[in-house]
Design a protein around this ligand. Structure first.
Ligand code: HXC
Ligand code: NAP
Length: 290
């Protein structure tokens, strides 16, 4: 494993990158690496005090500039005002990273309609609102070479019990990624997505794996590589996808999960539990089948 930065110095020089939910967790980690590579950042979220603190700490740690603007991505009006504020500040935005999300585990029959909407509105409607606001701006002004990177999940493709609103919303984000990759290519906007496996963050773990659940379930056993992801591994992939080095990548959803989703999918994957010595016996026994 190599958890150092991957791209060359200055790889994102001159780019302005807007990260929704950029004040915490994975959004912040990706942002810090973008700063290291020379980008300027704008971050949004609902809590101004979180944004202000994060922006100060990120600039102190990495240098560069982090502009923040509080915004609830569920409201198109707020998103449009946020877009105007960022463009008034920097003059342009080159990359939109749709990272903000809401989620929690629950049996679906226990969810109120409002609980369902809380997640769908942040993830699906929020991603739509930001993409539409920035996309309309780029297209109207004939600005080319723009990038949208969406953060989805592996269960957007497979579905998952106990996170049904999130699975439904992330599946919609994947569909939007692939649809607009084709439709807006003529406007010089490319779309990709990342589907991460487990990358421990306070936001995700407090809502999906509270208390002792990670120890009880041994979450790393769900992953063939027997570990969670390192944030720099995700940041390296994100930096590549938003950079000009990935200019021919469009409409791709890149999984980075240590093989987690495949472990649950392959019919004979349970044989992972068979110890080496037992394979000698299995080898003999299966040859007898000839
Ligand atoms: C059941 C719940 C609930 C819970 C809230 N509700 N939490 N129902 N179980 N744990 C219900 C409320 O009772 C309310 O119902 C409705 O949902 C809205 O709740 P609010 O608290 O008013 O909503 P809001 O303040 O907007 O908060 C949204 C949130 C919250 C999604 C509920 O958790 C949040 O702010 N999350 C943002 C950050 C986050 O979730 N990060 C993790 C992303 S991890 P009524 O009936 O009154 O309307 C992720 C990883 C995926 O996506 C893959 C991992 C491997
Ligand atoms: P996180 O720290 O909780 O990040 C979520 C961010 O979204 C917060 O900064 C939050 O800020 C913001 N946000 C939530 N609702 C918002 C709203 N209505 N308007 C604006 N901003 C809002 O969790 P994370 O683990 O870093 O997750 C980041 C992304 O990775 C998400 O898309 C998540 O689905 C994805 N992901 C994570 C994992 C993992 O293992 N961590 C795995 C797969 C996918 P406020 O609360 O201040 O608004």
């Amino acid at each position: 494993m190599n958890t150092s930065g991957m791209l060359r110095d200055g790889a994102l020089e001159g780019k302005v990158i807007m990260i929704t939910g950029g004040g915490t967790g994975l959004g912040r980690s990706m942002g810090e690496y973008f700063l290291e590579l020379g980008a300027k950042l704008a971050i949004c979220g609902r809590r101004v005090e979180v944004l202000e603190k994060a922006a100060g700490e990120m600039m102190a740690a990495k240098g560069g500039e982090v502009f923040f603007h509080p915004c609830d991505v569920r409201s198109f009006e707020e998103v449009d005002k946020m877009k105007d504020a960022v463009i008034a500040h920097y003059g342009k935005v080159d990359v939109l990273l749709n990272n903000a999300a809401g989620n929690f585990i629950s049996p679906t029959e226990r969810l109120s309609p409002g609980a369902f909407d809380a997640v769908i509105d942040i993830v699906l409607k929020g991603t739509k609102n930001c993409t539409l606001a920035f996309g309309k701006h780029w297209i109207k002004n004939e600005e080319k070479g723009k990038v949208v990177l969406n953060i989805t999940t592996t269960y957007a493709a497979t579905g998952s019990a106990f996170v049904v609103p999130s699975a439904m919303a992330k599946a919609g984000v994947s569909a939007m990624t692939r649809s607009l990759a084709v439709e807006w290519a003529r406007h010089g906007i490319r779309f990709n997505a990342i589907a991460p496996g487990p990358f421990p963050t306070e936001g995700a773990w407090s809502r999906l794996l509270p208390g002792d659940i990670p120890d009880m379930l041994k979450i790393e056993n769900q992953v063939p590589l027997k570990r969670a992801g390192e944030r720099q591994e995700l940041a390296n992939l994100a930096a590549f996808l938003v950079s000009d080095f990935a200019a021919y990548m469009n409409g791709e959803i890149v999984t980075i999960d240590g093989g987690e989703w495949l472990l649950g999918a392959g019919e004979l994957n349970f044989l992972e539990a068979v110890p080496d010595e037992m394979w000698d016996w299995i080898g003999e026994a299966t040859r007898k089948g000839k």
